[in-house]
Design a protein around this ligand. Structure first.
Ligand code: FAD
Length: 300
């Protein structure tokens, strides 16, 4: 997979020339009835695209345990689309985490996005595992595999995880997760594709043979996304901030700028050979649906 020196405009091929695109969509468990109604409306719009799976996040410390389980169970049972439950191991014993995994299995869920979670004291603070808990995502993946033959995705970081001292540590960690049984890695959001291409080069050089799926974050609200990005170690390029400068009170232009930048990002990834995309939807299908269509996906 290489960055396109001279774009081939794969994204504008006619339908019989188009490559197969594999999509997944990430949601979070809604907190209210109104939010839940919006969740299902958004999901219904994306289901006809035939995604590989739809994932639902899991609050660190298990704060969303029941809601995540309820949503993934319903997705699996009602839409015919595979649901993937995120699972974190922060602040929980191995026994507690294993019980959650069994609960997912009993509900018919066969996919898990296995994530360590952020330190209880906050992002950037030292991570202290539960005394009887899984210490990291690699251990979590191994624990899940002992319970059932789940399809497991893990996290990867094109700009490096803030706790990794160097790239060797970062890639070694990804290898441990793959060796424990992860089928693919989904990346943290990134806004400069050159970060992704450099990361892919590192992965390929290391001999790590594992599908890496770019995590695409459409910018619904630049102020919110940029503060979230900074908190998880994803940088906001100056040119990106410039594009949104002064648009705080102009929702229409903001949405158009966001849509065109995201379309540019995914088109370039497609031209560079990427065929799998994971969209962080924030429970709103609008941008993810538009981007899927830009990539050539259409309703089945
Ligand atoms: P790990 O893979 O365990 O890595 C964390 C750090 O520890 C890395 O620096 C790694 O190098 C180091 N490390 C791990 N094992 C070892 C070892 N054996 N020796 C030395 N160093 C080691 N958070 C949520 O709370 N809920 C979610 O649903 C959620 N979903 C996410 C989905 C995606 C696609 C992504 C990219 C992130 C998600 N997160 C979620 C955020 C995640 O919790 C944080 O990024 C967290 O800080 C790290 O999780 P991880 O699974 O990457 O951790």
């Amino acid at each position: 997979m290489t960055p396109p020196n001279s774009p081939t405009r794969t994204s504008r091929m006619t339908s019989d020339q188009k490559p197969d695109i594999d999509l997944s969509f990430e949601f979070f468990p809604p907190k209210s009835e109104v939010a839940e109604a919006r969740f299902w409306t958004s999901l219904e719009k994306l289901v006809p695209l035939g995604p590989r799976f739809v994932s639902v996040t899991y609050g660190a410390g298990g704060s969303t345990r029941e809601r995540t389980l309820r949503m993934v169970s319903r997705i699996t049972a009602e839409t015919g689309i595979d649901a993937a439950a995120h699972l974190t191991c922060v602040g929980a014993s191995r026994g507690e985490v294993d019980d959650v995994v069994r609960g997912f299995y009993d509900a018919g869920v066969r996919r898990i996005v296995a994530i360590r979670g952020d330190p209880v004291a906050g992002i950037g603070e030292k991570f202290i595992p539960h005394a009887d808990g899984y210490a990291n995502a690699g251990e979590l993946v191994a624990g899940i595999k002992k319970i059932g033959n789940f399809d497991i995705s893990v996290a990867a970081y094109p700009e490096r995880h803030p706790e990794s001292a160097d790239w060797a540590e970062e890639i070694d960690n990804l290898k441990r997760k793959r060796d424990a049984g992860a089928a693919r890695a989904i990346t943290q959001m990134f806004f400069d594709n050159s970060d992704f291409w450099r990361f892919m080069e590192r992965v390929e050089k290391s001999g790590l043979n594992m599908p890496i799926v770019p995590g695409i974050q459409p910018i619904h609200n630049f102020t919110r996304i940029s503060s979230f990005a900074k908190s998880c170690g994803a940088s906001i390029p100056e040119w990106l901030a410039d594009r949104f400068d002064g648009l705080e009170d102009d929702a229409t232009t903001h949405a158009l700028v966001a849509a065109s930048l995201a379309a540019e990002q995914v088109s370039e990834l497609l031209d560079g050979g990427v065929r799998q995309f994971h969209f962080f939807t924030m429970n709103d299908a609008t941008q993810a649906l538009a981007l899927a269509r830009v990539l050539g996906a259409s309703s089945e």
